[in-house]
Design a protein around this ligand. Structure first.
Ligand code: PGA
Length: 258
């Protein structure tokens, strides 16, 4: 982390978990144990039907609510889809874009790029996910793959908007597997992501972008991961479903930074 130049962000990704009633219970519990200090931004990206409950229950708190996906089009005949401005109007501040679980359902780099543009036009903060498979890591093409994903994702986005984007490095082999990247492995790729952004948009912007790590981050390994200079927070799946665990990760972000 480096709080001098960029924000620390602890974001939860609930995926397809929790009903609106369960959301209400979770938020009440979270509120009661939420740390008072403001060393990081806190986000919870929840299933679409849980957004109204999440927004309502967390209105007076510092927790920003987000969607887990959006459509790139502003409106129209896209049955089952949700437009970015619908998320904004429902009270969302964030939206996850390009999660590997969605890419596995057919989302392309071009889709990711279009969705980021739609999200930003609707004034949402996109949390853009990139990450390599185990096969790619073993073939030593991780950095090449990540470079491509970042270049495609950020293609055509004006420079002044880049600093508002949050990037999440999520190695696919670490998601939901309990097999976390080591702090060194995670730092290496997060540093690489910052280098790619620097080459594309310059040092000042690269320095300002928050880059998160995601993939089996939990209350036990968060401190060490967050101690890395280029890891500015976490995108947390499983551990964000339990208020005590999520709060412990927020507390782990309360550490000295350079
Ligand atoms: P996990 O999920 O923390 O359960 O590995 C992370 C994610 O997919 O965002």
């Amino acid at each position: 982390m480096n709080r001098k130049y960029r924000k620390t962000v602890i974001a939860g990704n609930w995926k397809m978990n929790k009903t609106p009633s369960e959301t209400k219970e979770f938020m009440a519990e979270l509120k009661s144990i939420m740390p008072k200090g403001r060393w990081c931004d806190v986000a919870l990206c929840v299933p679409a039907v849980c957004i109204p409950t999440a927004v309502r229950t967390m209105r007076e708190t510092r927790v920003g609510i987000g969607g887990e996906n959006c459509n790139a089009n502003p409106s129209g005949a896209y049955t089952g889809e949700i437009a970015a401005n619908m998320l904004t109007d429902a009270g969302c501040k964030y939206v996850i874009i390009g999660h590997s679980e969605r890419r596995a359902m057919g989302e392309t780099d071009a889709d990711v790029n279009a969705k980021i543009k739609a999200a930003m036009a609707a004034e949402l903060i996109p949390i853009v996910c990139v990450g390599e498979s185990l096969e790619q890591r073993e073939a030593n093409v991780t950095n090449d793959w990540i470079t491509l994903q970042i270049k495609m994702a950020l293609n055509g986005i004006p420079e002044e908007k880049i600093r508002k984007i949050i990037v999440a490095y999520e190695p696919i082999w670490a998601i939901g597997t309990g097999r976390t990247a080591t702090p060194e492995q995670a730092e290496e790729v997060c540093e690489h992501i910052r280098t790619v952004i620097r080459k594309l948009f310059g040092a000042k912007i690269a320095r300002a972008v928050s880059i998160l790590y995601g993939g089996s981050m939990n209350e036990k390994n968060a401190f060490e991961l967050l101690a890395q200079p280029d890891i500015d927070g976490g995108l947390i799946g499983g551990a964000s479903l339990v208020p005590e665990k999520f709060v412990k990760i927020i507390e782990a972000a309360n550490q000295p930074t350079i």
